[in-house]
Design a protein around this ligand. Structure first.
Ligand SMILES: C[S@@+](CC[C@H](N)C(=O)[O-])C[C@H]1O[C@@H](n2cnc3c(N)ncnc32)[C@H](O)[C@@H]1O
Length: 262
């Protein structure tokens, strides 16, 4: 299954399951955006237009709009974008945020009438869905639509240093009436994590199988992302383990990278 095929199935065809899972993260979206706003201010981006690459159903774009920024979110899944538009209306920020369906591999074409951006965010391991060459091209295109000294913030990203150390081949998560079982394989040579996500619904003491789909991503080491960024016109300013606490990055934390358009 090529990267495009699994993405289509996971995020579009069977996207209603991931949408429910993604909704759990709305609980701390405002707190996360408060930290994003602080980081941007520290790098002289106090106002302006933010591009949210792989925006999902819009939790960060909508809260950025609530905090006074203009936001443009792009995502592959029409289902997530429809939900984001609905939520923007509910939050009363429909005039400050725009949501577009599209593949970030064509980001420059999709947002051609929106550029330049003052900052770009890419959150919750939203890179590595295709291959290294495509990712390099995405950061290259993103750089070209960002103003000089604009900021790129890659947040809450899984990384290669962490994965073999804490590797768990089966992860169960329960939320509302759903049980999610992830069966994972990590290929050290290709650095790809391939998981089968199996969704079940609780029925009394039993669980009924709903559906399954494949998730398959290239997991980068921090040095690899830094090298891609530096090749594509970004200067890495900082790497943190947590945006909330500014804990330094280490092999047990997630990866948060702040880079400047040079
Ligand atoms: C893990 S979710 C993160 C969502 C969002 N950034 C957040 O933090 O809530 C990854 C998102 O990437 C989107 N996505 C996957 N491949 C994409 C592509 N090629 N172009 C645009 N969006 C893509 C998915 O539809 C999904 O919404």
């Amino acid at each position: 299954m090529s990267s495009n095929e699994w993405e289509q199935e996971f995020f579009i065809k069977k996207g209603k399951y991931f949408l429910e899972y993604m909704n759990l993260r709305w609980a701390y979206a405002e707190a996360m955006v408060d930290e994003i706003v602080k980081v941007l201010a520290e790098h002289d981006v106090q106002t302006g237009k933010i591009l949210d690459l792989c925006c999902g159903n819009g939790r960060l774009s909508i809260w950025l709009a609530k905090k006074g920024f203009e936001a443009v979110g792009i995502d592959l899944s029409p289902l997530f974008i429809e939900d984001a538009v609905r939520k923007a209306n509910e939050f009363g920020v429909e005039s400050q945020v725009k949501f577009l369906v599209g593949d970030i591999q064509k980001v420059d074409e999709i947002v051609v009438s929106e550029k330049p951006f003052d900052a770009v965010i890419n959150f919750w391991t939203s890179i590595g869905y295709a291959d290294e060459k495509s990712d390099e091209e995405i950061f290259n295109k993103t750089r070209r639509i960002t103003r000089k000294n604009g900021i790129l913030l890659i947040g809450q990203c899984m990384h290669r240093e962490f994965l073999p150390l804490q590797f768990n081949p089966r992860i169960y998560t329960e939320y509302e009436d759903t049980v999610l079982l992830e069966e994972r394989e990590f290929n050290q040579i290709s650095s790809r994590l391939k998981s089968t996500w199996k969704y079940y619904t609780k029925e009394g003491e039993n669980m009924r199988f709903l559906d399954s789909c494949i998730f398959n991503i290239r997991v980068y080491g921090v040095n690899e992302i830094v090298s891609i960024l530096e090749k594509t016109g970004w200067k890495v300013m900082d790497v943190f383990g947590s945006l909330m606490t500014r804990r330094p990055f280490n092999i047990l934390t997630v990866m948060n990278i702040i880079a400047k358009a040079v």
